[in-house]
Design a protein around this ligand. Structure first.
Ligand code: NAD
Ligand code: DAU
Length: 337
């Protein structure tokens, strides 16, 4: 059996490759990744050269690369995407190309080779924003707020259309906010940990009252593996960690674990992220009912493990933060909006 993992050099993709290697060692893994600013071969260093593991550098929107990667493949786990809301506000065109056009090329080629399962890894952000109460279910309307979430909603609908029109066995998953090892240090948690370690400001949007439903990345990986085995074609499954936290509380937890000064917090006008969703909360009842899956890591345990990982792997994120492109984006985003 061979599985194609797109975006396997990114945050969740690389964690999934390790998870699968342990859980299903006989499964051959082919990773297709463009190595954008977020893709990083260092994330896969313990897998490269291993039996049954192959890495291909290529773009999912480039049919030639996809044809090559799809040879002998029976299942697809599709992570590859532009994934940062703030970048989508600066540069939406990249999101349409990779997330929408790229997904369409993959779906075409998956159909041509007749894969047995195609998992479209999506996000709860396609549902838009919640008020103080309620949770997203699979029947919540799609109301994306940013070019990122709109591009993901478009790719979900394309994927489901391939099920309805051509019978391609597509399953869509929509997960809440992940955190853990190998997350690119532009996202809230790794940015706060690394900035705190560098003694830099901790930029909090608005008053930090927005709420996210956090899931430790390995719990997302186990949910995806359950969907790979038991998910029903044509269905959508929400995945969440049952761990709602206000942003400011997340930042305060990190400050406490690292024992740094709360004076590092710098509140920025919320207009830095126009259309900023207030709250996400996920009901994963359908997935739990159909597969028995449950999240297993509490936020307190997960955040401690994550801080320890970033402490133990400082060269990994320091190398990224030294890049001219990282510094240029940081300056443009935090200083000029
Ligand atoms: P990431 O940005 O860390 O990784 C994305 C990977 O995709 C990178 O390795 C990048 O090089 C690759 N990639 C991007 N465009 C590509 C292209 N055109 N061709 C080939 N490779 C390309 O993202 P992540 O946080 O690991 O997210 C992975 C997936 O999970 C995304 O589809 C995202 O929408 C979804 N998701 C993320 C979260 C989260 O909290 N991070 C939550 C729910 C869903
Ligand atoms: O919900 C799933 C989504 O979670 C995924 O689809 C996305 O790929 C992933 O990036 C994440 O999106 P968010 O926009 O929720 O994550 P981010 O880390 O960018 O921001 C989390 C919250 O923290 C959000 O309310 C904005 C706030 N924030 C973020 C940054 C980068 C700050 O206050 N300061 C910051 O510097």
């Amino acid at each position: 059996m061979r599985i194609l993992i797109t975006g396997g050099a990114g945050f969740i993709g690389s964690n999934f490759c390790y998870y699968l290697k342990k859980k299903r060692p006989a499964l051959q893994q082919v990773v297709l990744d463009k190595l954008t600013y977020c893709g990083n071969l260092d994330n896969l260093k313990d897998l490269r050269g291993a039996r049954g593991f192959r890495f291909i550098r290529g773009d999912i929107a480039d049919r030639k690369s996809v044809v090559q990667a799809m040879r002998g493949v029976e299942m697809v786990m599709h992570f590859a995407a532009e994934s940062f809301v703030d970048r989508s506000l600066h540069q939406p065109v990249d999101f349409v190309r990779s997330n929408v056009q790229g997904t369409q090329v993959l779906l075409d080629e998956a159909r041509r080779v007749g894969v047995k399962k195609f998992v479209q890894v999506s996000t709860d952000e396609v549902y838009g924003s919640l008020g103080a109460r309620g949770k997203f279910t699979e029947n919540s309307p799609l109301q994306p707020s940013s070019p990122y979430s709109a591009s993901k909603a478009a790719s979900d609908l394309l994927a489901l259309s391939y099920y309805r029109s051509y019978g391609l066995p597509v399953v869509v998953t929509r997960c809440s906010n992940n955190y853990g090892p190998y997350q690119f240090p532009e996202k809230l948690i790794p940015l706060m940990i690394s900035n705190a370690l560098e003694g830099r400001d901790l930029p909090v949007y608005g008053k930090g009252l927005n709420v996210r439903d956090w899931i430790y990345v390995q719990d997302h990986c186990s949910a995806l593996e359950a969907v790979l085995r038991k998910g029903k074609p044509g269905e959508v499954y929400n995945i969440g960690g049952d761990a709602e936290e206000k942003n400011i509380d997340v930042v305060r937890s990190i400050i406490k674990i690292l024992d740094v000064s709360p004076q590092l917090i710098k509140y920025l006008p919320d207009s830095i992220r126009p259309g900023h969703d207030f709250r996400y909360a996920i009901s994963h009842a359908k997935l739990t009912r159909q597969t028995g899956w449950q999240p297993s890591v509490s936020f307190r345990e997960g955040i401690e493990k994550t801080v320890v990982w970033y402490l133990d792997n400082q060269p990994w994120w320091q190398k990224i933060k030294k890049r001219a492109a990282f510094k240029a984006f940081y300056k443009k985003h935090y200083k000029t909006r």
